[in-house]
Design a protein around this ligand. Structure first.
Ligand SMILES: Nc1ncnc2c1ncn2[C@@H]1O[C@H](COP(=O)(O)OP(=O)(O)OP(=O)(O)O)[C@@H](O)[C@H]1O
Ligand SMILES: O=P(O)(O)OC[C@H]1O[C@](O)(CO)[C@@H](O)[C@@H]1O
Ligand SMILES: [Mg+2]
Length: 436
């Protein structure tokens, strides 16, 4: 992971030679794509000069610990939607606690925060190295998960009852919000209980970390699904492959799978608007594309195009997350209706891989990532830190205070390099990307 730093670079004379001053206006279509001629990036930042308030604490084992491992009980809980790699994190936490810090008792609370309530669906599971040694080969979470509000005081009471000194919470933004509430209550009661988070979500929408585990595995599967949609489209006259991918409020999975796949013509994410009608709307643009190429592939993220639904009724899940209207089925119907109305024959194959992109086991990138996240989480808890999650920033594992994520979600920055590459590479709303 740290391969960038493993070779020292001669820090002199890194000016780049050019053949002369370029004078021809670039032909790129997207004028926002340009990089300033003298834009540079620091190779080895001098952190002594940096304002401390603008840095994250670096994660890792400390020479002094706060807890005597042999005397404590630890707990693990997994909340929210499934995500590839949860079992890897559980395994690593158990192995590290037991092997490195000699913790005798590790409790796995069942079915999310529900397992920390007064009346859990199931009693906590005692986690041992034998119990977890093979779990990384499986998707899901051996502890089970759930959504829905639980009483914070009740959860703290259960931690006290079970004598838990460190609780590891594996979950997304909601889980970390809940963990933050627990930390506040623990402080209020002056208890010596540490809460450490490990951010989990295929959506990659957690602020304060460059990536969440599970994202890479989800993109891998999504890319394969898009490839199938492409073959379906290619094999029919006016074939259209339409794929809907998870991504509630952030379109990272759809955007990255699209870039990885190369065959997508139109991709819509929640961060950008989706126009159907008019000259530059999808329906017209699609019609022109079919005339020329006879096939098209469209990817749409779950949260995209919500502007197209004319209803104000908002549905929420048990945790309070907004449930979006089904943009996939909506687009399928609109496209079919448009071409049928014009008497143009099309064959539209709609694929919604839904949960299949998140219930798989972790790929090798996520496995490695989960191992390091889990180890760093244990080191953080044993050192007495609390109210933080393990982040990954500038190729370094970090301690990120929970408050950084409270009521925030990371979204694709439409001014970022990713977005510029995205726009330059594929068609986007209102533009026909056919290169003749
Ligand atoms: N402010 C909060 N206070 C207490 N509990 C919370 C809070 N926000 C969320 N939770 C709880 O955290 C748990 C997980 O939240 P949620 O269902 O939103 O999933 P998540 O962690 O965001 O994961 P995902 O990425 O799958 O959405 C739920 O039990 C929810 O009730
Ligand atoms: O149906 P569920 O389990 O509530 O989860 C769906 C949501 O979970 C996520 O996969 C995030 O975990 C979102 O992309 C999706 O909207
Ligand atoms: Mg969430």
């Amino acid at each position: 992971m740290d391969s960038q730093k493993s070779v020292s670079i001669e820090l002199q004379n890194l000016q780049v030679d050019t053949l002369g001053t370029p004078q021809i206006a670039s032909p790129l279509r997207n004028k926002n794509y340009y990089v300033e001629n003298n834009a540079r990036i620091v190779i080895d930042p001098d952190f002594s000069q940096v304002d401390k308030s603008k840095t994250f604490e670096i994660a890792g084992p400390r020479s002094e610990v706060f807890f005597d491992g042999a005397q404590i009980t630890c707990g693990i809980v997994t909340c929210g939607g499934l995500c590839p790699g949860i079992n890897n994190v559980i395994r690593t936490i158990v192995m590290t606690l037991r092997e490195q810090y000699k913790v005798p008792k590790i409790l796995g609370f069942r079915y999310g925060y529900q397992g920390l309530s007064n009346a859990p669906l199931a009693e906590p599971m005692e986690l041992t190295p034998q119990k977890v040694e093979n779990i990384h080969n499986h998707g899901g979470t051996i502890l089970g998960s759930s959504r829905g509000k639980q009483d914070i005081n009740e959860m703290i009471d259960v931690l006290i009852q079970k004598n838990v000194s460190i609780l590891f919470v594996i979950g997304g933004d909601g889980t970390l919000n809940g963990a933050h509430e627990m930390v506040k209550e623990i402080k209020k009661r002056n208890l010596m209980i540490s809460i450490i988070g490990i951010p989990k979500t295929i959506d990659n929408d957690i602020v304060g970390t460059s990536q969440t585990f599970g994202f890479s595995s989800a993109v891998n599967i999504a890319e394969k699904v898009i490839s199938c949609a492409h073959y379906e489209a290619l094999s029919a006259w006016n074939g259209i492959g339409l794929v809907k991918l998870m991504g509630r409020d952030s379109g990272f999975v759809a955007a990255h799978a699209t870039l990885a796949n190369n065959d997508v013509n139109y991709c819509f994410v929640p961060e950008d608007s989706l126009t159907l009608e008019g000259e530059t709307g999808l329906l017209n643009v699609l019609e022109h594309r079919l005339e020329k190429k006879r096939h098209a592939v469209i990817v749409v993220a779950e949260g995209a195009g919500q502007n197209l639904f004319h209803t104000s009724a908002t549905q929420r899940d048990a945790s309070g997350n907004v449930l979006h209207k089904d943009i996939g089925v909506f687009l399928k119907d609109k496209i079919n209706a448009h071409f049928s109305h014009k008497n143009i024959p099309i064959t539209l194959k709609y694929i919604d891989p839904s949960y299949t992109i998140r219930s798989v086991k972790a790929n090798s990138e996520d496995s490695t990532f989960c191992l390091m996240l889990g180890q760093n989480a244990v080191h953080a808890g044993m050192s007495g830190r609390t109210g933080i999650f393990i982040g990954y920033w500038n190729q370094t594992f970090t301690h990120v205070p929970f408050k950084v994520v409270i009521n925030k979600r990371k979204k694709i920055d439409t001014k970022s390099a990713l977005w510029k590459i995205f726009q330059e590479t594929i068609g986007y709303n209102g533009r026909d990307n056919i290169v003749e």
